[in-house]
Ligand binder design. Structure first.
Ligand code: NAD
Length: 281
């Protein structure tokens, strides 16, 4: 078993981004990222703070817009519009979840697709599916980068994705397919799930249930990617029962320090890509 050190891979990628940022700045362009947060949800506040820290450490121009929990949908849409028009901003991120009285879909759809660095806009998702140039969703794209970095050949492998959310499971399946894997998606209604996961050469777990993946679900020598971030008794744990599963795998990501750092780095990667495209306009 070898651990995939997401933190170390992310740090290497950040060095490259930093160099590119300097080069862009010399050409008069500073990559700009705007993060919008509504309300005081502690988990969202933590995520936003780490995104801001990452943007600052890379030399980006970073803006945080904090709105009250009770803000109207109209006011939020107006803010997104202003950011769409702001020349200094290349990436806009609206932290989810949004309060119930706001239609999150409407808000995400209002982001200019050229600034949709989260890759959640339906047009970007459509482009990803047909293989056109698009901002790719950060978590699944970060996983592909990790696998590349570790030299894992994806082509022809059987990849099983556990979970079918719009932000992780579905785009993960699409990106693995684009890399020529044979992909199976399992979800809460899947029958004989263990029999399917036990066939996986690459197993990606994104269900949000602590310790869900047990050794009997894993093939000897599989590559196991744990997307889960669950808080159990004040500790962060993944969707994989790491201690019991690790020795069965050839490669496995830890939680924390695996997929998480890659997600934030891919957001920065998309922002600098956006700044580069803008420069070429
Ligand atoms: P979600 O709740 O939107 O989706 C969970 C998926 O798991 C669903 O598609 C559901 O069908 C499936 N599922 C639920 N119970 C199941 C069961 N018993 N058997 C099989 N499948 C089952 O969650 P999400 O947004 O995709 O996130 C999943 C996990 O990944 C969460 O822990 C989340 O915190 C974490 N996450 C981590 C990162 C990161 O950067 N590391 C990013 C996004 C999400």
């Amino acid at each position: 078993m070898k651990l995939i050190d997401g933190k170390a891979i992310a740090a290497k990628m950040k060095e490259d981004i930093k160099r590119e940022t300097l080069a862009l700045k010399e050409q008069g362009v500073t990559p700009g990222l705007a993060v919008v947060i509504v309300g005081g949800d502690p988990a969202s506040q933590t995520y936003v703070a780490s995104k801001e820290r990452a943007a600052d450490s890379l030399g980006f121009y970073s803006v945080k817009k904090e709105l009250d929990q009770g803000v109207s949908e109209e006011a939020l849409l107006k803010l997104v519009q202003e950011l769409n028009e702001d020349e200094k901003i290349h990436g806009i991120l609206v932290q989810l979840p949004l309060p119930d009285h706001i239609d999150a879909k409407k808000v995400l759809n209002s982001i200019d697709i050229r600034k949709d660095v989260d890759g959640f806009h339906p047009e970007n998702i459509g482009k990803m599916i047909i293989g056109d140039e698009a901002f790719l969703p950060c978590t699944p794209n970060g996983i592909i980068k990790m696998l590349e970095y570790e030299g894992v050949a994806i082509k022809g492998k059987h990849a099983v994705v556990l979970g079918r959310s719009n932000i992780v499971g579905k785009p993960m399946a699409a990106l693995l397919l684009a890399e020529d894997a044979t992909v199976t998606v399992c979800h809460s209604k899947t029958r004989n799930l263990k029999e399917i996961t036990a066939l996986a050469d690459i197993l990606v777990a994104a269900v949000g249930i602590p310790g869900y993946v047990t050794p009997d679900m894993v093939k000897e020598g599989a590559v196991v990617i744990d997307v889960g971030i669950n808080r159990v008794e004040g500790r962060l744990v993944g969707d994989v029962d790491f201690e019991r599963v690790k020795d069965k795998t050839s490669l496995i990501t830890p939680v924390p320090g695996g997929v998480g750092p890659m997600t934030i780095t891919m957001l920065m990667y998309n922002t600098i890509e956006s700044a580069k495209r803008k420069r070429e306009d």
